[in-house]
Design a protein around this ligand. Structure first.
Ligand code: ADP
Ligand code: MG
Length: 266
């Protein structure tokens, strides 16, 4: 998956809102990449472009070796799955039915779900630790469970690339780690995972590379160790950041952590 020279401008009642400018990015198979940046930086817009839901105003987007726009919606759904922010309104159906929506692009006309469809839903529920909640309505789930249901729906789609928008919002620290662990498992199974997050410390532990956006522009792209440094983050987030380093799980070596900490006035 690749973006080259991508600009995107929203038209808001005849007025142009530039959301992205000159974005270059390549994402390899089996890679987990984080997209970081302040509110309004263009992170969700970039995910929607990569998912083929928006067309770039300028530049090119490639998926599976061809322009994203050359695939039909059905073909695209086999290549890329988007997990939207969990604040998005969800239908009032059971967890199982919702996860089954991930199979829609695979259904053949006038036929019910195939054995592969059922197996994919079951595997997705298992991977997201939702087997016991399959028959519960989505509306009765906790925030963390809803988030896992959104991820499970994308897993059932069995796409090569997963694009995940702020998956840990409103989750407690234990569930935050759980969601990132699940995404990292997918990465290690050979899929590409792109995760938008404000959780710099979660990104640092789990991803290999980070893209930092600010006001629609690429500020940095590289190994997290090279991006989560004061020279790069302070101009974007302000100078009240404290930096350190800790060993990360899965043999990833030393990774930076970043603590927002308002300094005492002396
Ligand atoms: P982020 O996800 O980094 O917070 P977004 O990609 O949602 O940023 O937004 C980038 C810019 O585009 C912001 O200025 C935002 O106001 C604008 N924007 C986002 N979505 C829309 C939309 N549907 N219509 C018009 N402007 C939008
Ligand atoms: Mg967003």
């Amino acid at each position: 998956m690749a973006a080259a020279g991508v600009d995107f401008t929203y038209d808001v009642g005849g007025e142009e809102v530039v959301a992205l400018e000159g974005i270059d990015l390549e994402i390899g198979a089996g890679e987990m990449l984080a997209i970081l940046g302040p509110n309004g930086a263009g992170k969700s817009t970039l995910l929607r472009l990569l998912a083929g839901l928006l067309e770039p105003t300028r530049g090119t987007l490639e998926l599976g070796g061809k322009p994203v726009s050359s695939w039909s919606a059905r073909q695209r759904a086999c290549l890329v799955a988007l997990v939207p922010q969990s604040s998005t309104a969800l239908p009032d159906v059971t967890v199982e039915a919702f996860v089954g929506y991930g199979r829609y692009s695979r259904f053949r006309p006038f036929q019910g779900p195939s054995t592969e469809d059922l197996a994919a839903v079951e595997a997705a529920l298992r991977a997201a630790d939702l087997v016991d909640l399959g028959t519960r309505p989505l509306s009765e789930l906790s925030g963390g469970q809803r988030q896992r249901a959104l991820i499970a729906r994308a897993l059932a789609q069995e796409a090569q690339t997963l694009l995940v928008d702020e998956p840990t919002n409103a989750l407690d620290p234990g569930h935050q780690l759980g969601v990132l662990d699940l995404l990292a498992d997918l990465g290690e199974s050979g899929r590409s995972v792109v995760v938008v997050t404000h959780e710099l410390n979660l990104a640092s532990q789990f991803v290999s590379r980070a893209l930092l956006l600010s006001a629609g522009k690429r500020v940095a792209l590289g190994p997290v160790q090279d991006v989560l440094v004061p020279e790069i983050l302070e101009p974007v987030y302000g100078s009240e950041l404290t930096f350190g380093e800790l060993p990360a799980a899965r043999g990833r070596g030393l990774r930076p952590f970043v603590l927002p900490w308002k300094r005492p006035e002396d």
